[in-house]
Ligand binder design. Sequence first.
Ligand code: FPP
Length: 248
Amino acid sequence: MPSNSAHTAKVSGGGTGPRHVAIIMDGNGRWATQRGRPRLFGHHAGARRVREIVEACPKVGVEYLTIFAFSTENWKRTQVEVAGLMSLFRRYIFKEMQAFVKENVRVRFIGDRVRLDAKLIGLMDEAEAMTSHCTGTNLTIALNYGGRDEVARATRRLAEDVAAGKLKPEDVDEETLPKYLDTYVLPDPDLVIRTSGEARISNFLLWQSAYAEYEFIDTLWPDFKAEEFARLTSAYGARDRRYGAVRA
Ligand code: FPP
């Protein structure tokens, strides 16, 4: 049985849409290459798509949207692409902040901030603070995020608490560890979507997605439209999720 109460309610449910959708936005590079343009052109097109999907969330009943913007592995890309992406994130956050407040979107970031530049961190802090009162869609942007890195960082903090006598080793269980994860305020994702035809999870929300449904679709991220998002969320409602239990 699941330990997460947000999920327990759905075991006997059926016909309900996903409350939390996580997306691996893949295919920007190929989309640009197909058009004879540099990869960053695809990332800019991808950023525009984020707005459409965020706006679609309330219409399809999605309360939490978590998007994979930059992984701990993405630093291996060329210096030009990494710098271009970082500049895109800075501009995106700066530009969208007011719109998020207006649309009642609460923004959060997950991932390790240590490798990010100070200006970007400042904008992330500002976006989180400015939208902290928003009660609509919860948008979480994963930046310099890796599932294994997150579990390792969480374990380190947990070990520090044990060493400081704040936590007993015998109290460490499936309820305790997630409190140390970056996602501690979020419910687990119900549906994980990956665009661009790759059937991999690439280190995204490893702990949190233990019971998630997956959709691997061929569409490249810059072509992913609100209609397809609505189709996938509605298809999710038809699935029979048992979390290891047997339906009565
Ligand atoms: C994967 O496509 C995409 C990324 C590594 C970056 C994701 C970033 C965006 C969608 C841009 C905007 C996001 C925000 C929050 C502003 P890829 O480059 O791996 O594509 P490929 O597999 O075709 O090469």
